[in-house]
Design a protein around this ligand. Structure first.
Ligand SMILES: Nc1nc2c(ncn2[C@@H]2O[C@H](COP(=O)(O)OP(=O)(O)OP(=O)(O)O)[C@@H](O)[C@H]2O)c(=O)[nH]1
Length: 358
């Protein structure tokens, strides 16, 4: 039984994902799910009352109100499922609720069930339109109903309605409005803070602290999830141990920071430059053919060799490069490493391009 329910649930979710145009895990899925459920529930209720007002208790004003509301529901569904514009669907649903509840008061007078529907506006309006627009709509709705109640007092039917009734109605309405307002503003603030914290965490997890370039985790994620092949380059500082030994680790750090800047400035803006670890860097080229690649690698060698790192000695790099294939990531990394080794073995301050089969 539990299994059957689970299967039905996943089938339903699959249909909803298709209808909403987003995945179940998308942060907007619940909101669209609420819109969808509200539209279905209200439509079914309206269909029932349309039937009721035709065949059981023929009453033209309610019938017209029901039919107009049904048209609103269909429009809401169209914007939610066909146009994939949930914000417009939310506005339509909210107008439907506010206008219909007001119509109900106009038609049914002060019958308590009619007035009770007025409380839907501050609750739903703030949830659907956000605390600012929801509150503005709720206040307009309140002013309209208050005016209507006030001008009908003592004479209004079918139930006796006096100042105390008006005060009760107003207090309950405003309390609901205030609670909804603060609840929704806190909810949205908490959500925004959580999103910011998540963003900061993911930045920290994928950024190299010394150079502020992307780190190896980020580069590998990028490479392994890529749908197309990219040329990559692995860059290693030549004789870096000497820099550390002669000038100290701090100067070595400064050279790495400066080198990161030079590499970034030399390649295209959409190429990804990252620190692989130690004195090794990796570049993922966004767009390149073999000829462009050679020119860029040459430019990189020259840019580093001609740059003044402020340590009164030359800094050069060796570069290995290959065409990376996501399906054989480890092999591609092995190849680029081998290409780098060859560039070092051939005298450093140069590049070497290798293909995986080599
Ligand atoms: N200052 C500093 N040094 C680092 C860092 N990471 C690694 N190193 C140093 O980088 C040096 C790498 O030295 P080796 O692997 O021997 O290579 P190399 O001296 O560059 O020689 P070749 O690669 O053959 O040109 C070591 O001295 C490491 O301590 C870092 O974050 N900061």
């Amino acid at each position: 039984m539990g299994r059957l329910l689970k299967v039905r649930r996943s089938v339903l979710i699959k249909y909803l994902e298709r209808g909403f145009g987003i995945q179940y895990t998308h942060p907007d899925f619940r909101f669209r799910g609420f819109l969808f459920s509200a539209l279905v529930l209200i439509s079914l209720t309206l269909v029932f009352f349309t039937y009721y007002n035709i065949f059981i208790d023929f009453f033209v004003p309610m019938l017209v109100a029901n039919l107009i509301a049904l048209i609103f529901c269909l429009m809401g569904g169209y914007y939610l499922l066909v146009r994939k514009q949930p914000k417009i669907a939310a506005v339509i649903l909210q107008l439907l609720v506010s206008i219909d509840s007001f119509f109900l008061i106009l038609i049914s007078g002060n019958e308590e069930f009619a007035l009770v529907f007025a409380f839907l506006t501050p609750v739903m309006g703030i949830f659907l339109l956000g605390y600012l627009w929801g509150a503005i709509l709720s206040i307009i709705n309140f002013a309209a109903i208050f005016y209507f109640c006030f001008t009908q007092m003592e004479t209004w039917g079918p139930v006796f309605f006096d100042t105390a009734s008006l005060i009760h109605f107003s207090v309950i309405y405003l309390v609901i409005l205030i609670v909804s307002f603060f609840y929704d503003s806190s909810r949205r603030k908490a959500y925004q803070m959580m999103e910011e914290a998540n963003f900061k965490l993911s930045e920290l997890a994928t950024t190299d602290a010394l150079t502020t370039l992307r780190n190896r985790r980020y580069l590998e994620d990028c490479l392994m999830s890529s749908k197309k092949n990219h040329y990559i380059a692995m860059i290693d500082v030549d004789n870096f141990k000497q820099v550390n030994d002669l000038l100290g680790h701090d100067q070595g750090d400064k050279v790495l920071i400066e080198l990161a800047r030079v590499l970034k400035e030399t390649v295209a803006q959409n190429d990804i430059v990252g620190r692989w670890g130690g004195e090794e860097f990796v570049i993922i080229f966004a767009e390149h053919n073999a000829t462009q690649l050679q020119a860029t690698l040459e430019k990189l060698n020259q840019a580093v060799a001609s740059h003044d790192f402020g340590i009164k000695r030359d800094v050069t790099v060796s570069i290995g490069s290959t065409n990376h294939n996501a399906a054989s990531h480890r092999d591609s990394i092995r190849t680029v490493d081998q290409a780098l080794y060859t560039a070092k073995a051939n005298g450093k301050n140069r590049y070497c391009i290798m293909t995986e089969a080599t």
